[in-house]
Design a binder for this molecule. Structure first.
Ligand SMILES: [Zn+2]
Length: 429
């Protein structure tokens, strides 16, 4: 009996928005499979960081990818860079000597059945699932096989972001990848409902339609998995999201605030660099600016858009490095107030000077708000209890070790732990 793992990520889908009317397949899985109701993301709760954490089973401080944007010193001082840019991998190699500091599932499985991912989110999120090309990554910006050899022509995944591209990608995933190629781990990373959630109000008809579309895709994969099981495969099926979303209350020029307060020399100065990550931010400091730490913390804690500030050992509790250039991290202020569609949760976001898009009134994430930290996780097959809902702690970083256990492989060097197959059921109050 062939042991395989199939993972489907519905980007940004909040656990509380999975209801039988909007997402019947996922609501059914939440009832019939093993559902981890206390599942959490990482910090920053951005897709690129989350992709690396799912792939490595490690926290950002361990794997080294610290957000959708992060500061790098390539020799000319600290500069904030977008992880989404096509040249970011090369910049990271120049600045740090490599990409992720720990192996991915694709590397661990290179000689043990291999890993294939089809992803329709940002290029950076797709490529940081397997940045050094141990397996196969298919993405609309460029598809690559082992050794980062391009997959061209018909082999390339020529789709567009959004529900229609997700549909084309899923058809190929179910047919070519699951039925024909049969890798040890196959991952499908849908762009919805994230893509629509960033441009429409949460809970609006368009957002609910995007959730429904993602739910339909999960249903297609589930039907294929059921066929594989009938043919004798032992499939560990995991469906999850990488984070949720909060509704953006307002956008704050955090870097400008630091400059105006005399704590940073200029918007583009390199001694202190703020890397915006939606509802979170990470501050990096060169040695000469590290003595400003207490003053910066006092300033931030007096700002009405700041929720919590973390520095020193608190960074480790967030899963961030306590050495290197990271000085401090913050989450913006979040509350539980509902938007016009009755979806609770608002938060301020930190402006990204590189992006002209406005998120005000739409979904965003990156910090530690209740709803952005409430993604969903259901596990089916592989010996996991059925019809079980549990409130035990679970995290994105537990997925990789759970997959390796199913495949009979060691999960050494991971921050995460394999999820219990018989977790204690939730007690009803
Ligand atoms: Zn995401």
């Amino acid at each position: 009996m062939a042991r395989r793992a199939v993972l489907v990520v519905c980007d940004s889908l909040r656990r509380d928005l999975i209801t039988p009317d909007v997402a019947p397949v996922l609501a059914g899985l939440m009832a019939d499979a093993c559902s981890f109701r206390a599942f959490r993301g990482v910090f920053p709760s951005t897709t690129r960081t989350s992709s690396a954490s799912i792939a490595t089973g490690c926290l950002p401080g361990t794997h080294g990818l610290l957000g959708n944007t992060m500061a790098l010193d390539e020799g000319g001082g600290l500069v904030c860079r977008s992880v989404g840019d096509p040249d970011f991998r090369d910049r990271m190699r120049r600045a740090t000597g490599g990409t992720l500091r720990v192996p991915t599932l694709a590397q661990r499985l290179a000689d043990r059945g291999g890993a294939v991912i089809l992803s329709n989110v940002s290029p950076g999120a797709a490529y940081f699932h397997d940045p050094d090309g141990w397996g196969w990554v298919y993405h609309r910006a460029g598809s690559y096989g082992p050794g980062l050899v391009p997959e061209t022509g018909e082999r390339h995944l020529a789709i567009r972001i959004g529900a229609e591209g997700d549909r084309t990608m899923t058809r190929r995933f179910c047919g070519e990848v699951l039925r024909e190629r049969r890798p040890a781990v196959a991952t499908l990373w849908l762009s919805e409902p994230d893509h629509t959630g960033h441009g429409e109000p949460l809970g609006s008809p368009a957002h609910r339609a995007a959730i429904r579309a993602a739910d339909d895709r999960v249903g297609e994969v589930l039907a294929t998995v059921a066929d594989l099981e009938r043919e004798g495969d032992d499939v560990l099926f995991v469906a999850c999201s990488d984070h949720g979303m909060e509704t953006t209350r307002r956008t704050v020029d955090a870097t400008g605030r630091l400059v105006a307060a005399g704590l940073k020399a200029a918007p583009d100065s390199s001694e202190l660099v703020l890397a915006p990550n939606g509802t979170g931010a990470v501050l990096y400091a060169a040695p000469e600016a590290r003595e400003r730490r207490d003053a910066i913390r006092r300033f931030l804690e007096g700002e009405d858009w700041v929720g919590r500030v973390f520095d020193g050992p608190e960074l480790a509790s967030l899963g961030l490095p306590v050495d290197g250039a990271v000085l401090m991290a913050l989450t913006t202020r979040a509350d539980r107030s509902p938007n016009a569609h009755g979806v609770p949760g608002h938060a301020d976001i930190v402006a990204d000077p590189e992006s002209s898009k406005s998120y005000d009134g739409f979904g965003q994430h990156g910090g530690l708000g209740i709803h952005e930290q409430s993604p969903f996780l259901v596990v089916r097959g592989g010996g996991f209890a059925a019809a079980r809902a549990t409130a035990i702690p679970a995290s994105l970083i537990d997925i990789a070790p759970t997959v390796l256990r199913h495949l009979g492989l060691a999960a050494d060097g991971m921050d995460g732990r394999p999820l219990p197959m018989e977790p204690p059921p939730m007690t009803s109050a």
